[in-house]
Ligand binder design. Structure first.
Ligand code: TRP
Ligand code: SF4
Length: 323
């Protein structure tokens, strides 16, 4: 089996947007590859270093969410990035051969510094973010890296670093391929993209009642003021949810009932909440079956397996660079 690597930053609880995008894809891929999935706690320090007080809990919550979502520790290796020090060691070695302009050129670099004004991202660690990501990938000699489109520049840089290393010393690293996950964009409760930073999310850990309650607050067709006004499902985020969580037939019914005002928004939202809840049922069941100590046990075992694989590559690398 080919190796596959991917990481996710622990920035708060997983929401339905993360779940539909990256995480369901991971669950699918874990049976096709020898998968290494990690919680990128070091990467998250690049932006939250000034206040890491939530980090510990966020890591555990995310691990729990991933297991509830169906990451199977019997198949995939799941661990905390910082529990496998070889990532950091390879990062230092790769940093020796990475030209500064390669990093300054990464499109996300200057954008993020401008975008996240409230934090001082003018650090060595933040500039080196993609080198650490390259180390995450190359330490396992991964063939495939499933990521969102926004991560492509980081993968391209990973390949460039691999080529440079292979050329300077000896060919150790295969160039990883990308596996772009085409996310179906999930709107948040306010109709903008679902994102923790907008505070418009439905958490994966939401209870049946939470889902109904949150759906009630969701934006609808703003032109549909009274129950008797006909609506336009095409501009309604609730309808976008039906399209994702409901059957094609039911969607057609909802659309036509909305246009003729045969259905009210309250009932339409409850119908949608019921569909979401049905899909979350297996997630809730898995969550109920795992305790926090068991989560820690799974992550420790994952780190142990990952360390064994990473040690082999690190040994080769140390030899190649003369250490
Ligand atoms: N940078 C990735 C993101 O923000 C997370 C990540 C860290 C990652 N290391 C990785 C993804 C290695 C894939 C492979 O989404
Ligand atoms: Fe949106 Fe449903 Fe209301 Fe139509 S009936 S506007 S689809 S919530």
């Amino acid at each position: 089996m080919q190796r596959l690597v991917s990481g996710i930053q622990p920035t708060g609880k997983m929401h339905l947007g993360n779940w539909l995008g990256a995480v369901q894809n991971w669950v699918r891929l874990q049976s096709e590859y020898e998968a290494f999935f990690f919680i990128a706690d070091l990467h998250s320090l690049t932006t939250i270093y000034q206040d890491p007080s939530q980090l510990r809990q966020s890591k555990i919550d995310l691990a729990m969410d991933l297991l509830a979502a169906g990451i199977d520790p019997e198949r995939a290796c799941l661990f905390f990035q910082s529990d496998v020090p070889a990532h950091s060691e390879l990062h230092v070695i790769l940093s020796m051969i990475t030209p500064l302009p390669w990093l300054e050129r990464v499109p996300t670099y200057k954008d993020k510094i401008d975008e996240i004004r409230e934090k001082d991202l003018n650090t060595y660690g933040f500039l080196g973010y993609p080198v650490l990501q390259a180390a995450d990938i190359l330490i396992y000699k991964a063939a495939a890296v499933p990521v969102g489109r926004d991560q492509l520049p980081h993968l391209e840089l990973t390949r460039e670093i691999a080529r440079r290393f292979n050329h300077l010393y000896r060919p150790i690293f295969p160039e990883p391929g990308d596996q772009i996950t085409e996310f179906q964009m999930l709107p948040g409760l306010d109709g903008r993209k679902m994102s923790k930073s907008y505070g418009n999310t439905i958490p994966l850990s939401a209870s049946v009642d939470d889902v109904s309650r949150l759906m009630k607050t969701m934006l609808t067709d703003p032109a549909r003021v009274r129950r008797t006004d006909p609506g336009n499902p095409d501009v309604c985020p609730v309808y976008a949810y039906h399209r994702i969580f409901n059957t094609t037939e039911r969607c057609a019914e909802v659309a036509s009932d909305c246009r003729s005002a045969a259905i009210g928004c309250v009932a339409c939202k409850q119908d949608c909440a019921d569909r979401i809840n049905a899909q979350l049922e297996p997630v809730r069941e898995r969550r109920a079956g795992i305790t926090e100590p068991r989560v820690m046990e799974i992550l420790d075992a994952g780190a142990k397996r990952a360390r064994a694989v990473a040690a082999v590559t690190l040994g080769e690398v140390r030899g190649a660079v003369g250490l």
